[in-house]
Design a protein around this ligand. Structure first.
Ligand SMILES: Cc1ncc(C[n+]2csc(CCOP(=O)(O)OP(=O)(O)O)c2C)c(N)n1
Ligand SMILES: [Mg+2]
Length: 347
């Protein structure tokens, strides 16, 4: 029951045993590049005044998000947060929809009802976050409870930050999931800061995952900059949940590489901390691993980079063509209609 600190990933053989072939690996690499590229371009759009409100990124969290997203099964569900763009990308959200969301356009997943990252596409198994953190954990727990009651072999994933872990709804969700042994994986994006609050003011134990034992399930800490280690641990936890083995708390350790949002210059984060974590940038790490273990050549790498660039260029164009929402349709999509719901008593 005690927390386990996951080993880093070694050879290609080990990765193959975890179920990934070379195509999968390059797909994950591409997803990480798309994720970062979207957020970098988002910054530019923000500076151009094209993004209303504030702007959030998950820089430094690309491996954690893509690693977990890639381990999900086709019918699994999740509630990713503001650092988890990689989950949306891995589940197949077309990048132009994200740019449209950023700019409050009709083509965004919320059809222009919200800008920024309060979005997801339920048809891809993802449910949009609300601002209140970690209010999506009880929602994910509810979905896991539904799967268990209906005897469906599906797993729910609920994301939360290490700061949000201090709130009651995190405790309530994990306690209930433990009591009922629900098919759920709680994924903590521990990026070491909750706005300006450091971890030692958020929790008094060494790891957030240490708490799992108190809820009666396993806790695992994984280096969130190692996409393959994250994948391996997420896969293990998800398949365990699917087979009736109950929840896991998977803590992905990273550093939030930018301010809380674009308005915050993170002056309170020690410079050495940024330097130390910049040296293990998740994308650079994976690129080196692919070169050393999967024969990624310069030509292939350049090809992937230019195809990502092309994808993002045309995505931006497509998003810019998407109109702002028509105020006359403001109420559309606010309430679910009976045909949107698949529970028998709504039919
Ligand atoms: C209940 C609640 N209180 C305060 C906030 C304002 N707020 C938004 S993000 C944030 C920091 C959250 O830190 P953490 O959970 O570590 O997630 P991170 O942003 O670092 O990924 C705060 C205080 C909120 N969204 N919800
Ligand atoms: Mg945090």
């Amino acid at each position: 029951m005690a927390v386990r600190e996951a080993e880093p990933v070694g050879s290609l053989q080990e990765v193959k045993e975890a179920g990934l072939d070379r195509e999968d690996l390059l797909g994950m690499y591409r997803a990480m590049l798309i994720t970062r590229g979207i957020e970098e371009r988002g910054h530019i759009l923000y500076k151009q005044g094209k993004i209303p409100g504030s702007f959030y990124t998950g820089r430094g969290n690309e491996a954690a998000a893509v690693g977990v997203g890639s381990a999900m099964g086709p019918n699994d569900v999740g509630t990713p947060l503001h650092r988890d763009m990689g989950v949306h990308i891995t589940r197949g959200v077309d990048p132009w929809r994200i740019f449209a969301q950023y700019m409050g356009r009709e083509g965004g997943p919320t059809r222009g009802r919200d800008g920024n990252v309060h979005m997801a596409m339920p048809e891809l198994g993802l449910h949009p976050m609300v601002s209140h953190l970690p209010a999506m954990l009880p929602v994910a727990t509810g979905m896991a409870l539904a799967f268990k009651i209906r005897n469906e072999k599906r797993v729910a994933l609920g994301w939360f930050g290490e700061g949000a872990a201090a709130r009651g709804d995190a405790h309530e969700a994990m306690n209930m999931a433990g009591v009922r042994q629900l098919p759920i994986v709680f994924v903590c994006d521990n990026n070491q800061w909750a706005y300006s609050t450091p971890t030692y003011l958020s929790f008094p134990v060494e790891h957030i995952a240490d708490r799992a034992a108190a809820y009666g399930f396993d806790g695992v800490v994984v280096d969130g900059t190692d996409v393959l280690a994250v994948y391996r641990e997420a896969k293990r936890a998800i398949e365990k949940a699917r087979e009736g083995g109950g929840p896991t708390l998977l803590e992905c350790l990273t550093l939030r590489m930018e301010g809380h949002a674009v308005h915050d210059d993170a002056f309170y984060v020690p410079k050495e901390m940024f330097e130390q974590w910049a040296a293990q940038d998740p994308i650079e790490r994976f690129r080196s691993w692919l070169r050393d273990h999967a024969e990624l050549t310069d030509e292939e790498d350049d090809e992937i980079a230019s195809s990502v660039k092309r994808t993002l260029n045309s995505a931006l164009e497509q998003a810019d063509e998407s109109p702002l929402p028509d105020p006359a349709g403001l109420e559309a999509g606010v309430y679910a209609a009976p045909e949107d719901l698949d529970t028998p008593h709504h039919k």
